[in-house]
Design a protein around this ligand. Structure first.
Ligand SMILES: Cc1ncc(C[n+]2csc(CCOP(=O)(O)OP(=O)(O)O)c2C)c(N)n1
Length: 376
């Protein structure tokens, strides 16, 4: 019986004509620029983790070890393409030209934060840079990207929607809905699965029994390819090929970018509780920053001096930007009530008045000295 069932297996999808080019096709100049951004991203990640430990910011969700997958993919896109992030892709937004200080305003949730402190840190967005807002629920961004891709197709626009998500998100309802629709309508969606080997503490072999995450595409008629996500040139060529394929009308591609999360899930996590030092060290040896640095140095396109320059620059920029963002005021209380309705309905106005009165009472109470007139 098993044999006859096996014989009914569908043939796997064949590679498209626009198969990924050879890694050598990516210019050294582009790779050096991506390395510079990877170093910047890592420096920012490490500094923000320290700020969180010092109690100066509430939270950070970083991308240590995943910089090659995120920035390689971003470098392969065009400015008009949508980037639909998960929550680790701040470096993609900065690469597109978002000001560092504005990003930090979001991390601090201050009065210049584009989302006015209503979101967790790292939940930033930019309409001007075609970077959709971060939604924390796992997987929801995958359907949003498919909607954007559908809109682009209906409008005849030459742009793709590239959506980042983790391996864990491939178990979500949204992954299923998005790949179903994108496959049926041949939408220009690039499904970028950062396989960082964990969904918080759950390793991939406990998430699903598929042979790979790329293999999941086949069930939806979506071409799935597994790429070494720590090989930046391979990521760039694969995303460029998937993009060309989507614009040619050949439909979406699911790219599994195989990488590894070298840090914790976020600053709220302690990864030593669920993974061994041996495993960590084995993946550390494949660090995308180290690999790209070596490749470029051997090719004469990188040097210690260039690296020192890059690090000195980001150190100065970050120190200045942190100083400015940290000094800014919180968003006003009234901001809680804005940005939902063009004209605020009466019941929200009433709640706003009540909230202001409660805040005044509380400020008054805290300024009243206890009996005896002593400060406490
Ligand atoms: C619907 C939903 N369920 C649970 C969570 C809690 N949660 C936050 S991140 C995460 C793991 C996601 O793992 P993965 O998709 O692999 O992405 P990664 O964090 O590894 O980049 C979970 C379960 C959530 N945010 N949303």
């Amino acid at each position: 019986m098993v044999d006859s069932l096996e014989s009914l297996r569908l043939a796997p999808l064949t590679l498209p004509p626009a198969a990924p080019a050879k890694a050598g096709a990516v210019s050294l100049e582009l790779l050096a620029n991506v390395l510079r951004w990877m170093l910047r991203a890592r420096f920012i990640d490490e500094r923000l983790e320290k700020l969180q430990r010092q109690g100066r910011i509430g939270f950070h969700v970083g991308a240590l070890g995943e910089e090659g997958a995120i920035l390689g993919a971003t470098a392969a896109l065009k400015a008009d393409d949508w980037i639909v992030p998960c929550y680790r892709e701040f470096a993609a937004l900065l690469y597109r030209g978002y000001p560092l200080e504005r990003y930090l305003d979001n991390v601090y949730g201050n009065c210049d934060d584009v989302v006015q402190g209503r979101q967790m840190p790292d939940h930033v967005t930019s309409r001007a840079l075609n970077y959709l807002s971060v939604s924390s629920p796992v997987g929801t961004q995958i359907t949003q990207a498919t909607g954007l891709a559908w809109a682009a197709k209906l409008k005849g626009e030459r742009r793709v929607a590239a959506v980042f998500f983790g391996d864990g998100a491939t178990s979500s309802n949204d992954f299923h809905a998005a790949l179903t629709i994108a496959g049926v309508h041949k939408l220009p969606t690039l499904f970028l699965c950062r396989n960082n080997h964990f969904a918080i503490s759950v390793p991939t072999d406990q998430q699903c029994a598929a042979s790979s995450f790329a293999a999941k595409g086949e069930g939806y008629g979506v071409l799935g390819l597994k790429v070494d996500g720590n090989d930046v040139a391979a990521v760039i060529t694969a995303v460029q090929a998937a993009r060309a394929r989507a614009l040619a009308g050949d439909g979406p591609t699911l790219l599994e970018l195989d990488t590894y999360r070298l840090g914790g899930h976020s600053t709220s996590d302690d990864p030593t509780r669920y993974r061994s030092q041996e495993e960590f060290e084995a993946f550390q040896a494949k660090d995308p920053v180290v690999r790209l640095r070596e490749t470029l140095t051997q090719a004469g396109a990188w040097s210690e001096a260039l690296e020192a320059d890059a690090l000195a620059q980001i150190k100065t920029e970050l120190t200045q930007a942190v100083g400015r963002s940290e000094a800014k005021a919180k968003p006003p209380l009234s901001s809680v009530f804005h940005d939902v309705y063009a004209e605020m309905p009466w019941h929200l106005r009433a709640q706003w008045r009540e909230a202001e009165a409660a805040a005044d009472r509380s400020a008054e109470a805290s300024s009243v000295k206890p009996e005896g007139g002593q400060d406490v």
